[in-house]
Design a protein around this ligand. Structure first.
Ligand SMILES: [Zn+2]
Ligand SMILES: [Zn+2]
Length: 137
């Protein structure tokens, strides 16, 4: 499934909310986190719900479905491996702008190559967990 970069940002955000131990995110929180207005967040989340990626309940919040979570895991994995690619392989500063540009274009094959080259690291430079990939056996 080909996801738009925009959808990937939402998935990533919701995954990180789960990492903090919460299953649901509030709309205002999503809007603030992504720097958009709450009405545009609602519009996007409704579209993502039609695609089966999230479950959105008015006044309750939004949660990933298992399909959404699997895709989100991959985006997060690519993001964190992109950070390590910059920092540990290329030796350049991990700035968010460069990482965000990269993460949407890094293929599973490149992610696995970075992962293998660095001996399957478990943490990104910020200390966050990197989800396992097919190379990490
Ligand atoms: Zn990081
Ligand atoms: Zn690996």
């Amino acid at each position: 499934m080909q996801l738009s970069e925009n959808v990937e940002e939402y998935l990533e955000f919701l995954y990180m909310v789960e990492e903090k131990g919460r299953k649901k995110a509030r709309i205002n929180e999503v809007a603030e986190g992504l720097g958009i207005s709450p009405p545009s967040a609602v519009q996007m989340l409704q579209k993502m719900e039609r695609d089966g990626l999230v479950k959105y309940e008015v006044r309750v919040g939004v949660a990933l479905t298992s399909k959404g979570r699997n895709l989100a895991r991959n985006v997060i994995r690519n993001h964190r491996l992109a950070e390590l690619l910059l920092k540990d392989i290329l030796g350049i500063n991990v700035d968010e702008e460069a990482v965000c540009a990269l993460e949407h274009h890094i293929s599973g094959k490149i992610a696995n190559a970075v992962c293998t080259r660095l001996n399957h690291p478990r943490k990104c430079p910020h200390g966050n967990d990197i989800p396992l990939g097919s190379c990490c056996k």
